[in-house]
Design a protein around this ligand. Sequence first.
Ligand SMILES: Nc1ncnc2c1ncn2[C@@H]1O[C@H](COP(=O)(O)OP(=O)(O)O)[C@@H](O)[C@H]1O
Ligand SMILES: [Mg+2]
Length: 479
Amino acid sequence: MADDISIRYAASKTLGAFHASDKFVRGVMGPIGSGKSVGCCAEIIWRAMRQEPDEDGIRRSRWAAIRNTYPELKTTTLRTWMDWYGHATTLRMDQPITATVRFGDVELELIFLSVDRPEHIKKLLSLDLTGVWINEAREIRKTTLDAAGGRVGRYPSMINGPGPTWSGVIMDTNPPGDDHWWYKLAEEERPEGYQFFRQPSALLKVRPGVYIPNPAAENVKHHKLGYEYWMRQLPGKREEWIKVYILGQYGTVLDGKAVYPEYRDEYHCAGDILEPLRGVGLILGWDYGRTPSCIVGQMTARGQLRCIDEFVVDATGEGMGIRTFTRDIVKPALSAKYNGMTVLQSWGDPSGIARDGNDLSMFDIQAQEGIPTEPAPTNDPISRQDAVIKFLKTSIDGEPGFLLSPKCVFIRKGFLGGYQYAKMNVSGDDRYAPAPAKNKFSHPHDALQHMCQAASGGITVAINSQKREVKVKPSTGWT
Ligand SMILES: Nc1ncnc2c1ncn2[C@@H]1O[C@H](COP(=O)(O)OP(=O)(O)O)[C@@H](O)[C@H]1O
Ligand SMILES: [Mg+2]
């Protein structure tokens, strides 16, 4: 037994925050080689040392370490553990592999389980544990996380001592796709008792194919090659691979090309839901058709455009006309959430001037329903996208010129790749459709473009390569 173990571990910024949290379920996501697994091993040791001793003076804890496959469990998860704490660890190469870690008054048991072995999962369901570490969580089903939550907090028993000082589940992962349970929990549901941490990207993409070191990257100094560790992995890789493993961004399962490669989720999307700035007017953008959308923004005095809300009609239903959408969905929600605030500008798709069977345009209907809206000055796709890109590319005192509230889940997933140019079936090189695909992300993104056009004020638009200055009309007040 080791009397002491020397720990050379110093936590990076993100893992420091991860260790400092006492939340029941904690997850850390980041690029490859950023120190996630080492951080989780350190967390287990750290918690074992802080466990209050039993009556006999021993600090007991028991953890399960879970990985998707047995080969990866052995070559990666177990290996990381042994690299760091092997000198205090006695292994038993049973099925499953178990480890006893003893130093000073600490006695920690670790059980290494892989989900591709049914007997391991059965074992998990019968264990009394202090904590569970789910390594590379994106490869694990949500049911395993749920099961783990029920096994922790049961060791050490309260017969001989105070019971577990802390208990819960920790997880680390490379970024999953945006349809994954991790994304839903971390970005959409945010359940109580859960906390998710996100490491900065290792490199920054300056333009397609060009990457530079990210000064904020973590674990750089623990790679012999420094940033070159990531740099040299770039050649021969697809954009999507780089996005996930090097930039640490959520991937997308859709097979097209994102309309806005300028969007960086960890930069442009706020960590918490953005509250409306009282006293600052609202800017609305609208898309029409049977699945209408409305996007709500605010412009700060310094020129940051904050996208704070979205109203979207689900395309799975039978859809809805603009009158019902304005009257029954948007207006009541605006009154409830933004009571007393003013709509500075409200711009919609200019094709909405077409008249319906009652000889009314979309704008007539909206005026009747109490939200006077004007046609946006252009429907030219390039100019519309430019209005968004301009904000994405601007930085204001180190803050993004465009800040998205994570509440806007359609806009966000659209930015992440759901709003895309579809891949065309051409053999050989990747070819993409000339216009973005119509899908559940494109309608809110159309509305966002009109909102950004409105926010731009006197924008310059290019139509048929002629430059035309568009003056913003005096704002239509609406309270
Ligand atoms: N705090 C640290 N101190 C020293 N070396 C570290 C530290 N964190 C990670 N490393 C080293 O960096 C490398 C990658 O760490 P790892 O945790 O495996 O990354 P990830 O799980 O994020 O891919 C490993 O060689 C590991 O030993
Ligand atoms: Mg790892």
